[in-house]
Write a protein that binds this ligand. Structure first.
Ligand code: GTR
Length: 408
């Protein structure tokens, strides 16, 4: 696997002409022009297309899910209660576990708090600098910036990702926040990814069938298993659970939100290719590049479209349409050309007709709005922030403002 990004085209005038598949025409060529036809026919069809051609079929749903509270203590100077919950998925004799780090505002609330739920890249201990969150013992990606070179997380990495998770701000805004290390479900590596939840269902050395899941599907499945547990928690308002993710985990949040309508709102932060961005634009990261660099993320069928994006029976605006009519927020960063900010915006715009059909107007803006002028009014929110690929407090502030407005 090439570890370097290949040179890419960031010039808009080089986007080839393309036509997006019509989300509101069924595979038989009939219009899906009522909410009923959308729900009964076209939506399931599109879900199936993404399963077959992009992410793979999710693991079966026959795992039993258990939980054990490992620790419950005061956090963030008394503003939050922090709970660490081990969630165990069991199929027959096999089981696999993931540790959920949950912060809930400390003040009593009988209705339960709305919750942001998302996976993290390097372990729960990197999300907060407070002690008491164990360093993950799972395989982690090497990250030179964090001094991780041997796939082992360390005490020194505690809080290294805290900027991506402004817990204090989220809690003060009246939201609970839960995160799980994605590697608990599937290590992010082409050699090791099968050592997680995959093994519950399939053999470790089993070759994947063309439509079988890759890591994004396993991660998304894990988010739903976390939801199984969190929706029973009296501290959480199960009707207001927001699934969120950055980059590869933003692709995951979109896919989880598409399949599991218990998620009341969906947030994609800089998710790019295979996430929010239109594949047919072939600008920034392309289908071929992503399949080559990350052969474990998508199903094998997705490789059929390497360099052949026009042959795809779908495009990513249809993934966004699967969130409808729930509030959906897509965010880009100005310098994140690799994720194709304009492609993310156009994709969200392309999901508009489904929102309209279901009675919730989509984006009104014709073009990408000016920097840091978020569009928060419609059920589909969008902003492009200054700076690079990442998730910042600015981004979170918009997600909170959008949730305040659309999930009252
Ligand atoms: C990049 C990848 C993107 C995006 C990003 C990330 O290397 O090309 O698709 O997912 O990683 O997850 O940070």
């Amino acid at each position: 696997m090439a570890s370097e990004r290949r040179a890419f085209d960031s010039e808009e005038h080089k986007v080839p002409p393309y036509a997006l598949p019509d989300m509101l025409i069924t595979s038989d060529g009939n219009p899906a022009d009522t909410a009923d036809v959308w729900r009964q026919e076209r939506r399931p069809e599109i879900l199936d297309l993404f399963r077959r051609e992009v992410y793979g079929h999710p693991p079966p749903s026959n795992a039993s899910v258990g939980q054990e509270v490992l620790a419950e203590e005061e956090a963030l100077g008394g503003k939050a209660v922090r709970r660490q919950i081990r969630i165990t998925m069991t199929v027959g004799e096999r089981s696999s576990a993931m540790d959920c780090l949950l912060h809930v505002p400390a003040a009593a609330n009988t209705r339960g708090y709305p919750l942001f739920l998302g996976l993290n890249f390097c372990g729960n201990h990197t999300v907060s600098s407070e002690p008491g969150i164990p360093v993950t013992t799972q395989w982690v990606r090497n990250m030179p910036d964090l001094g991780i070179a041997d796939h082992k997380a360390r005490e020194e990495n505690r809080g290294a990702m805290a900027k991506r998770w402004p817990l204090q701000r989220i809690i003060e805004a009246g939201y609970a926040v839960a995160t799980i290390y994605c590697g608990d479900l599937a290590p992010d590596d082409p050699e090791h990814w099968r050592t997680g939840a995959w093994q519950l269902f399939y053999g470790l050395d089993e070759e994947r069938a063309p439509e079988q899941c890759g890591t994004i599907a396993v991660w998304a499945w894990g988010l739903s298993r976390a939801m199984d547990v969190l929706e029973t928690d009296p501290a959480i308002d199960r009707k207001r659970v927001i699934v969120i993710g950055h980059s590869r985990l933003g692709k995951t949040a979109l896919w989880a939100g598409a399949q599991d309508e218990r998620f009341a709102m969906v947030v994609s932060n800089n998710s790019g290719c295979g996430g929010a961005a239109i594949s047919r634009r072939r600008i920034g990261e392309t289908v071929e590049q992503i399949n080559q660099r990350f052969p474990h993320w998508f199903c094998l069928n997705f490789r059929k479209y390497n360099g052949r994006e026009d042959a795809l029976p779908l495009d990513q605006h249809m993934l966004l349409g699967l969130a409808a009519p729930r509030p959906l927020y897509v965010a880009s960063a100005e310098e994140d050309i690799w994720a194709d900010p304009r492609g993310e915006f156009l994709s969200l715009k392309g999901a508009g007709p489904v929102y309209e059909l279901l009675g919730r107007p989509g984006l009104q803006a014709e073009d990408v709005p000016p920097l840091e002028q978020p569009l928060l009014d419609a059920a589909t929110g969008y902003h492009v922030r200054r700076g690079r690929h990442g998730i910042t407090e600015y981004d979170w502030n918009q997600y909170i403002a959008f949730a305040d407005r659309h999930l009252p």
